[in-house]
Design a protein around this ligand. Structure first.
Ligand SMILES: [Zn+2]
Length: 314
């Protein structure tokens, strides 16, 4: 009625049935077994949770603004918008800009040796800033109009109670996992579980994505079905492989075509701040391969951090 809100989707009469069926199947498979317990944690949590999890510090994307037309871009998305010819040209112009500065020239030639020089240059703070000045804004076409890149946190902020000051800030959870970690001890003792065991939940999460795209694939409000499986550190490889196989089989059991399913292992240098290993299960949609599930070895990062920040032993 009001044109909708970008990155937020409503499910209609048929869509909601499909959604409920998927959730129901998942819930049955994941929780109707001895070694996994169910949970429904709240969306608003103590703000310290997100300091401990690293989200306040690390859950950010570098962003630039165009000073001319005020358009805002995520740096990685902006670089995807630039074609090969323009990239080469920008890199050549950058060469002139760094001439005379031996340190930058050295970094520049190192970046050129890599597989993707353009991205390598962007990753360096000083070189990246200079490269941005060689790029035309995709919206207004002007050059030399980008601000320096700033970190933009993807968590939605709001205030608890009547006073809107910094002491009252809370976040809409950007992932359901933290609700599982902070309830780890409660669940373990109340359900009399011993390692290895898991905790599963289905719930809403929110991320203030700058660029929403691909239909339901990057939205600002979304639902996660998530299970965290707690194990002894020495068994991590064994259980990681077990769940990889188990979860792929689940999609096959739903009747999905085998040839349209595959793993996409994340390269080490692209892993999230908490992960030791990560893979996506991908499905081949009409528009190409897309992630339908992620499996991560998060090590003891989360429980360690919550021990540190809460002073309680987990
Ligand atoms: Zn512009």
């Amino acid at each position: 009625m009001y044109g909708g809100l970008n990155g937020c989707w409503d499910y209609g009469p048929l869509g909601v049935e499909l959604l409920r069926n998927i959730k129901e199947e998942w819930w049955k498979t994941m929780t109707y077994r001895d070694n996994i317990e169910g949970l429904d944690a709240s969306i608003l949590m103590h703000p310290k949770v997100w300091e401990a999890s690293g989200h306040v510090e690390n859950f950010t994307d570098p962003m630039v603004d165009c000073k001319q037309c005020k358009a805002r871009f995520r740096v990685d998305v902006l670089s995807e918008m630039i074609n090969e010819k323009k990239r080469t040209k920008a890199l050549e112009d950058l060469k002139n800009s760094v001439t005379g500065d031996s340190l930058l020239t050295e970094k520049y030639s190192q970046a050129l040796q890599t597989e993707d020089p353009f991205s390598a240059v962007l990753e360096d703070q000083e070189l990246g800033a200079r490269l941005m000045q060689e790029i035309n804004c995709p919206q207004c076409g002007n050059k030399n109009t980008f601000t320096t890149a700033r970190k933009f946190n993807l968590m939605f902020k709001t205030f608890i109670g009547p006073v809107e000051d910094s002491g009252a800030v809370v976040y809409l959870r950007p992932e359901t996992a933290q609700g599982i970690y902070v309830n780890f001890l409660n669940v373990q003792s109340s359900a009399r579980q011993k390692l290895p065991f898991g905790i599963a939940q289905i719930g809403k999460a929110f991320r203030n994505e700058i660029n929403t795209k691909n239909f339901l694939f990057r939205t600002r409000e979304f639902e996660q079905m998530e299970m965290q499986f707690f194990i002894k550190p020495a068994d991590d490889k064994k259980w990681y492989d077990y769940w990889k196989a188990e979860r792929l089989q689940w999609f096959k059991n739903l009747g999905m075509t085998e040839s349209k399913l595959r793993y996409h292992d994340h390269p080490k240098e692209k892993l999230a701040h908490y992960a030791k290993d990560a893979t996506d299960i991908e499905y081949e949609f009409p528009f190409g391969w897309g992630e339908i599930e992620g499996i991560h070895n998060r090590t003891n990062f989360d429980l360690n951090r919550h021990e540190e920040f809460s002073g309680k032993s987990l």
